[in-house]
Design a protein around this ligand. Structure first.
Ligand SMILES: [Zn+2]
Length: 296
């Protein structure tokens, strides 16, 4: 028996079961072409009754167990990561929530310039936002100024904003407090009373999400087919997560937001991590239920 034959015979049992690598396959096949003995050996090996089924059977429970264990570990990891992310995002949302300042709190003094006004701020101002827009009827350009701080800025002793040069025919200081008559005109004379247009609300989305949660939830409860019902229940977790995220970020129901982009992005992030938590919790509960009913 040549050396090559010896190597090939070592490989043959694995080769017969298709467990060898491509390189080994090539090596074995090349050898088999020229070696009748080894070819016969392979033939015998394939015809022989395999003790394999028995072996696999004894391995099956172990395999299944390890599979379940891996799945459980993964679902636990998803749950923990989801909870951690939700807590962090909520914390950030609360700490960085804009606290809008009134004129008295924000403005130290103003100086008229040719096209507008220069505003000098107090140390309380950490962020400003300005927005210019044309009056819907008329030619004048309005500019809105908002000033705010947040708990996060105060904790980190962020640098305050010193001053800003604002241009526009009419310049408003918007304090975004509940009553709009507390706004102050910094420059110019308005043609008509101007109400800020940006008081958009996320309540509309909250309402839609609540309705969707209800619809999917009721369908999941009514449908008999377990798979469909399970799927619907898990889908319902997404709008439910949106509702919870919206209430956390907006700190309640019914509040209008003046920082729509910020709130919207935070709600999407929080919704994603909360949905992961809710779906993972739902699956764990369902698994426990099916184990219990299998035992009964
Ligand atoms: Zn050989």
């Amino acid at each position: 028996m040549s050396k090559e034959c010896e190597i090939v015979r070592d490989l043959l049992p694995l080769y017969a079961e298709g467990l060898t690598s491509e390189a080994s396959n090539e090596f074995v096949e090349k050898h088999l072409k020229d070696c009748a003995e080894c070819t016969q050996l392979l033939k015998d090996m394939r015809e022989e009754p395999q003790p394999q089924p028995l072996k696999e059977e004894s391995e099956l429970p172990l395999k299944a167990l390890s599979k379940t264990w891996h799945r459980k570990n993964r679902s636990l990891a998803v749950l923990i990561a989801g909870i951690a992310a939700s807590v962090l995002i909520s914390l950030y949302a609360w700490l960085s929530a804009p606290r809008y300042l009134t004129y008295e709190q924000a403005v130290a003094k103003t100086e008229e310039t040719q096209n507008g006004v220069r505003v000098f701020f107090t140390n309380a101002v950490h962020h400003i936002h300005t927005e210019s827009y044309a009056e819907p009827e008329g030619e004048s350009v309005n500019t809105d100024l908002e000033c705010w701080t947040s708990t996060l800025d105060q904790l980190w002793h962020a640098d305050p904003v010193r001053d800003a040069l604002l241009e526009g025919d009419v310049i408003y200081f918007r304090d975004n407090q509940a009553k709009s008559d507390s706004d102050v005109i910094l420059h110019g004379t308005p043609e008509s009373a101007s109400i800020p247009l940006r008081r958009l609300s996320l309540n509309y989305y909250l309402f839609i999400a609540a309705a969707m949660t209800l619809i999917f939830g009721v369908c999941a409860a009514l449908i008999r087919n377990r798979r469909t019902s399970d799927l619907l229940a898990q889908i319902a977790m997404v709008p439910l997560a949106w509702c919870i995220a919206s209430v956390i970020v907006e700190r309640g129901i019914g509040a209008a937001t003046w920082s729509l982009t910020r709130d919207f992005s935070l709600i999407i992030l929080l919704c994603a991590s909360l949905a992961a938590v809710l779906i993972s919790l739902y699956r764990r509960r369902r698994e426990k239920k099916s184990i219990n009913s299998a035992l009964m």
